[in-house]
Design a protein around this ligand. Structure first.
Ligand code: AMP
Length: 327
C-alpha cells in the first residue's frame, strides 16, 4: 500500500449520474488498491441551500449504498458519511477562525449565489468545511476536476497560514488534476456537463439508478447532428463525441478507435446504451439489496465511521493543541 492518502467526497444533492460514476466512483474503486483512500458522502455540504430533510436523508443513504455497490470495499478504503465524524465541523470552525472574509467572498459559489435574499451563512463558510474535510486526513493529494480547484487552493492557503501562525500542524495537499476525458456531457445539451443537481426527470441526465428502458430511451434521444458520420471531434460534433467518450470509457478503448468500428448513429446509440446498461444493472441490483438490508448497510457505515474517526483524531488533536484549546 502506498503511503499516499487521497480523499474525495460526493455531495448528495441529487441522484448520482453516469458522470459521477465514470468521473469519480469508478476511479475511487480503482484507486482504493493503490492508495490509502478516504471516500465520503458529503452530506453536510448539501445543507447550504434550501433542502427537504426527508429527501436529504434518503439521498445520503442511497449515495452511500451506491458507493458500496460500485465496488468500494470498506475493509480496503475508509468509506464514510461526513456527519458521522464530528471532527469535520469542529475543524471547520477552527479554519473559519483562520480564513479571511475577503478570500471567502471571492469563492465562485458565493459570488454567484451569495447575495440573494435568504442565502444561508453556510454558503459563505462551507469552503472552510471543505478545507477541514481535506486537512483532517493528512491527504497528500486531492483529485480535482477543474471546478473544484479553487476549494483545494483555499485548503492549501489555510493549511499554510495555520502552520505559520501556530506551528507545523497540517500536511499541505497537492492538487491532482483529473483527466478531462472522464467528463460526461449532458445528452440534451452537450455544451455542459451532466449534473446530478438538474431536475429529477431531465432527459439529458442518466442516473445510476435509472432502469434499462429509461437509459435506452435517454440515449436514443441524445442530441447528435445531421451529418450522420461517426467521427470523434468534440469541438464540432460534441453530441456524437460524448457518446463515443462514454462508450470508450466503459469499454476501455480510445474514443477514436471506437469511432472507426461504428458506422451509423443508430449503432452508436445502441452500443452505448448496451454498455451503460451492462455496467449499471448489477450496481443498481446491489444498491437495492443494501437498502433492503439496513443491518448490513449500517455495519459498513459504522466500520467507515470508526476508521475515519481514528484517522482524523490525531490531526484534530494537533490543531486544538496548536490553536490553544486545552482539551
Ligand atoms: P458533483 O456531482 O459535481 O458534486 O461531483 C462529484 C464528483 O463527480 C466529482 O469528482 C466530479 O468531478 C464528478 N463528476 C460529476 N459530474 C461529472 C460529469 N458529468 N463527468 C465527469 N465527472 C463528473
Amino acid at each position: 500500500m502506498s503511503t499516499f492518502r487521497d480523499l474525495s467526497g460526493i455531495t448528495p444533492s441529487g441522484q448520482l449520474t453516469l458522470g459521477n460514476y465514470l468521473g469519480a466512483l469508478r476511479r475511487f474503486v480503482q484507486r482504493q488498491y493503490e492508495v490509502d483512500g478516504y471516500y465520503f458522502v458529503a452530506d453536510l455540504h448539501a445543507l447550504t441551500v434550501d433542502h427537504d430533510p426527508a429527501r436529504h436523508r434518503q439521498l445520503t443513504t442511497s449515495t452511500m449504498a451506491l458507493f458500496l455497490a460500485s465496488g468500494l470495499d470498506p475493509e480496503q478504503a475508509t468509506v464514510f458519511v461526513q456527519s458521522d465524524v464530528s471532527a469535520h465541523v469542529h475543524l471547520a470552525y477552527l479554519l473559519e477562525c483562520t480564513a479571511h472574509v475577503g478570500e471567502l467572498s471571492r469563492m465562485i459559489q458565493f459570488k454567484q449565489k451569495g447575495h440573494r435574499p435568504g442565502t444561508r451563512a453556510s454558503l459563505f463558510t462551507y469552503p472552510c468545511l471543505m478545507a477541514a474535510d481535506i486537512l483532517l486526513y493528512g491527504a497528500d493529494r486531492v483529485p480535482v476536476g477543474g471546478d473544484q480547484s479553487q476549494h483545494v487552493e483555499l485548503a492549501r492557503d489555510l493549511a499554510i497560514r495555520f502552520n505559520s501562525l501556530y506551528g507545523d500542524t497540517f500536511v499541505v495537499p497537492e492538487l491532482e488534476p483529473v483527466a478531462l476525458a472522464a467528463r460526461v456531457l449532458d445528452l440534451q445539451d452537450p455544451g455542459r456537463k451532466m449534473s446530478k443537481s438538474d431536475p429529477e426527470d431531465a432527459a439529458g441526465v442518466i442516473r445510476m439508478l435509472d432502469n434499462p428502458d429509461v437509459i435506452a430511451k435517454k440515449i436514443r434521444r441524445a442530441v447528435t447532428d445531421s451529418d450522420n458520420e461517426v467521427l470523434y471531434d468534440p469541438k464540432h460534433k460534441p453530441g456524437v463525441s460524448n457518446l463515443l467518450d462514454i462508450l470508450a470509457s466503459l469499454t476501455d478503448q480510445p474514443p477514436r478507435d471506437v469511432a472507426t468500428s461504428i458506422t451509423t448513429y443508430g449503432q452508436l446509440k445502441q452500443a452505448t446504451a448496451d454498455a451503460v446498461i451492462t455496467t449499471l444493472k448489477p450496481i443498481r441490483r446491489r444498491h437495492d439489496e443494501l437498502l433492503k438490508n439496513p443491518a448490513e448497510l449500517n455495519r459498513m457505515l459504522v466500520m467507515g465511521a470508526v476508521k475515519a474517526r481514528e484517522a482524523s483524531e490525531p490531526f484534530l488533536a494537533a490543531a486544538n493543541q496548536a490553536i490553544g484549546i486545552t482539551r
